[in-house]
Design a binder for this molecule. Structure first.
Ligand code: 5AD
Ligand code: SF4
Length: 476
């Protein structure tokens, strides 16, 4: 249901700025009542896109006068939810129960829910029925209206629900509060048109929409001026970037433009669909000094029969040929992947095919998921759902191969010196810093916290499975 008439992106931005000022008044009044600055907590479930959306939510909350905290007993708590697999939904319900007990102690506490899970009708019904203490619910399409919704929440005496079925609106230049000062995600497109038969994303994130290249470039330039050295270009399927722009542009061309921006030293991107990965992209990656040596290339299954039922639009052989081409052109690249086990109709022989691909491609890492039935997707209506024990058997078999190959791949760098972006202090062992190599491998090494945000050479002394222990390499 739409609650506002349609404005242009610029008009909408001005409206939202006005709403932030109004929200500020409410937060000010609350702070007088509490005798301190009210706190807020943004909790993210799910993917990098959600993490980026959460930075936008945090930016608006901070501008409205809240102090950000990671403590869920805050005065305002928002869950930015994910619904790609059912266990993500279950986690949200579990955590909501906990928020309810906190709110009983602090009746002024406000609780909001947003993100992909809220785009599902059944979820909204369940929350209205069983979680009446929630103050605000909105979805993925109207997140840019968060400031306005905050005002409505302060003014309402019951749950505010605002869910849209779709949008073509992209509002630029709203405030954001980055989690890291030195690296940032940046949306280059929203939505997905692929309709893989197991996936709920096209239904909850809507149709594919690319941002204008000028807006992307300007945003990255501004980030670079603010000290960002690494950007991650985000989209459900970055390889089809630009196809629906008034002046079409390929993803590879966009990367060329990003490469030219002074101050940006590293470029990453997520996620690539194998069917759309062009030779032009491989070439741009090969020639680039800034694009990281890492490609996330979801396989989902190694069985051509299952891939067809998944509507992935490539065969096992086409995927293998693509991976081989990439490895030949860019030998030092790390390839990672996503795999689903237990898709309807999958048999042990299909899992064997998947294992065969894992062995041939030699992934540096693979995220393995048990198939989760998502209401409304074509796969949910398929009759031949796989029994749990069969799924478990296939999953364990696959996981073992994935872990063995990944360990072998990651250990190949032992004894080398590589550049690492220092991301923070190690959580387990103080005195150690955590850095990330171009190929996405993590290295821990002794060093001073003042190095955080810098790219430094590190000697990769010892491989511990999926990460390294190293030491700073003195420049000669
Ligand atoms: N069940 C299990 N895994 C899924 N994914 C997407 N939909 C489902 C589902 N219904 C996985 C895919 C995708 C990753 C983000 O989540 O592997 O690449
Ligand atoms: Fe889902 Fe497929 Fe789109 Fe990825 S490409 S978001 S798996 S539909």
């Amino acid at each position: 249901m739409r609650t506002t008439e349609k404005y242009t992106g610029e008009q909408e931005k001005i409206r939202q700025e006005g709403c932030i000022e109004r929200a500020e008044e409410y937060v000010k009044a609350l702070s007088i009542r509490l005798g301190r600055r009210p706190t807020c907590c943004v909790t993210t479930f799910g993917c990098q896109m959600n993490a980026r959306d959460s930075e936008k939510l945090a930016g608006i909350l901070e501008r409205a006068g809240y102090e950000l905290t990671e403590d869920e007993s805050a005065d305002f708590v928002i869950f930015n939810t994910c619904t790609v697999r059912d266990n993500a939904n279950q986690r949200v319900y579990g955590r909501l129960g906990h928020l309810n007990s906190l709110k009983k102690k602090n009746p002024h506490m406000k609780i909001a829910l947003c993100g992909c899970m809220m785009q599902e009708k059944a979820v909204i019904e369940k929350i209205q029925k069983s979680y009446g203490f929630v103050d605000l619910i909105f979805g993925t399409h109207n997140i840019y209206k968060f400031a306005e919704l905050l005002v409505r929440m302060f003014e309402a005496d019951r749950m505010v629900v605002d869910i849209w079925e779709d949008t073509d609106q992209i509002v630029e230049n709203l405030p954001v509060e980055r989690k890291y000062p030195f690296k940032s995600g940046i949306n280059i497109m929203f939505g997905c048109n692929n309709f893989c038969s197991y996936c709920i994303v096209p239904y909850v994130r809507g149709r594919e929409r690319s941002r204008n290249p000028e807006d992307i470039i300007n945003e990255i330039k501004k980030m670079a001026e603010e000290g960002v050295v690494e950007v991650m270009l985000l989209g459900q399927n970055v390889n089809s970037y630009g196809k629906n722009l008034a002046a079409p542009m390929s993803f590879a061309q966009l990367l060329r433009e990003v490469e030219k921006i002074d101050g940006i030293k590293r470029i990453r991107f997520m996620t690539s669909h194998p069917k759309d990965l062009s030779d032009e992209l491989i070439q741009v990656m090969k020639e680039s000094k800034k694009i990281c040596r890492h490609l996330h290339l979801p396989l989902q299954s190694g069985s051509t029969r299952i891939l067809k039922a998944m509507n992935r639009r490539y065969t096992k052989e086409q995927y293998l040929a693509l991976a081989e081409k990439i490895r030949k052109e860019i030998p030092d690249i790390a390839i990672t992947t996503d795999i689903i086990v237990g898709f309807p109709g999958e048999e042990p022989a299909d899992v064997d095919e998947t294992i065969d691909v894992v062995k041939k491609v030699q992934y540096d890492n693979a995220f393995t998921f048990i198939y989760s039935k998502r209401t409304g997707t074509p796969a949910a209506a398929m009759e031949n759902q796989v029994p749990e024990e069969v799924v478990k058997e296939g999953f364990d078999r696959l996981l073992k191969v994935v872990q063995d190959t990944a360990r072998q791949r990651v250990s190949l760098l032992e004894g080398q010196v590589q550049e690492a972006l220092v991301e923070g202090v190690n959580q387990q062992e103080r005195g150690l810093l955590t850095g990330r190599l171009s190929n996405n491998t993590i290295v821990h090494f002794p060093g001073d916290a003042r190095l955080i945000g810098q790219i430094v050479p590190v000697y990769l002394e010892q491989c511990h499975g999926f990460y390294y222990i190293g030491k700073l390499h003195e420049r000669p």
